[in-house]
Design a protein around this ligand. Structure first.
Ligand SMILES: C[S@@+](CC[C@H](N)C(=O)[O-])C[C@H]1O[C@@H](n2cnc3c(N)ncnc32)[C@H](O)[C@@H]1O
Length: 305
């Protein structure tokens, strides 16, 4: 355990906050524009995030050791419209740059969708990395999969770690293990009937797919192809209601979605099912970030020592 302070930009419901506090850190500032996410964050972490990042004066952000930011991904994702920097949400990266320049924390961890690396033939990503290097940071990007860090969710994300000084010992964490769906899923007998799909949908799925995996999550892709796995495909904020079905029968409950992202059951659900589904789909996998942070802290300390 190490003592450090951190800030949580585009905080959502606090995947970075969870990982940071689990590693001994203390959050000194958060910002999040969405009203419902702010309610969940305040309830669970006893601090109220500031709102729109563009309205925040960087000089008013408290000093901190580590900056965390999972900046909005929609413009860069395959579900988004591929506009990237042309879309104002894509330019939010420069709000992070503005705060880094003013506050110069020792380390940062940024997270975005996997497609960030290839967006606009790699141009967007090159601009981001160059901007961070121009600030004097030693920058390490990678695409990591939550499946390799103890969670049964295939969720590939671009993670960018930076250090204010050369940190040659830094290495992204080795894959650990895939978590088990059994540890995530609630007992069907205790799940509210509202989460079960209609007989018509169930039959439609069964016509197209049979599974010899139990328990499994059935995934329907945009082309209507159904596959099943002993893990979940990536949770998505704005996805259709039924694209992931537990054993082809029911939707994931809000608690199961939070567990798939590594949130402990002590995280209290205070928003509607629809809002919690969106929040879980937007969140960063806690276990994955915790391992990246562990590796970052270790490299940072070995440099200092
Ligand atoms: C990919 S999510 C980050 C989720 C977060 N890492 C978590 O673990 O829950 C991006 C978040 O940025 C927020 N956001 C978008 N525009 C913003 C702005 N201008 N200022 C602050 N937050 C913003 C969105 O509401 C969304 O919750």
């Amino acid at each position: 355990m190490h003592e450090f302070t951190f800030i949580d930009l585009f905080a959502g419901i606090g995947g970075f906050h969870e990982a940071g506090t689990q590693m001994g850190g203390r959050c000194v500032f958060a910002c999040e524009i969405d009203k419902h996410a702010r309610i969940a964050y305040k309830h669970n972490y006893r601090m109220e995030p500031y709102g729109d990042i563009t309205a925040i004066d960087e000089n008013c952000v408290p000093d901190h050791d580590i900056l965390f930011a999972g900046f909005p991904c929609q413009p860069f994702s395959i579900i988004g419209n591929r506009k990237g920097f042309e879309d104002t949400r894509g330019t939010l990266f420069f709000e992070i740059e503005r705060i880094l320049r003013a506050k110069r924390p020792s380390m940062f961890i940024l997270e975005n969708v996997k497609q960030l690396k290839t967006h606009d033939n790699g141009h967007t990503f090159r601009v981001i990395i160059r901007s961070l290097e121009c600030l004097g940071y030693d920058v390490y990007p990678a695409v990591l999969n939550a499946l390799n860090y103890g969670l049964p969710q295939k969720r590939e994300r671009t993670v960018i770690v930076g250090f204010s000084e050369k940190t040659p010992h830094f290495k992204f964490p080795e894959p650990i293990e895939c978590g088990k769906l059994e540890d995530i899923l609630e007992d069907d007998r205790l799940v509210d009937r509202k989460h079960f799909v209609s007989k018509a949908i169930r039959e439609k799925r069964s016509e197209r797919h049979t599974s010899d995996i139990f328990p499994s999550i059935w995934h329907e892709n945009v082309g209507g192809n159904v596959t099943s796995h002993p893990f979940s495909c990536a949770l998505r904020a704005g996805a259709s209601h039924n694209y992931l079905l537990v054993n082809g029968k029911r939707r994931l409950t809000p608690r199961e979605m939070l567990r798939l992202q590594g949130f402990p059951d002590t995280f209290e659900i205070v928003c509607s099912d629809a809002q919690t589904r969106k929040q879980a789909g937007n969140a960063v996998p806690v276990n994955m970030i915790r391992e990246v942070l562990r590796a970052g802290l270790s490299a940072f300390l070995s440099r200092a020592g």
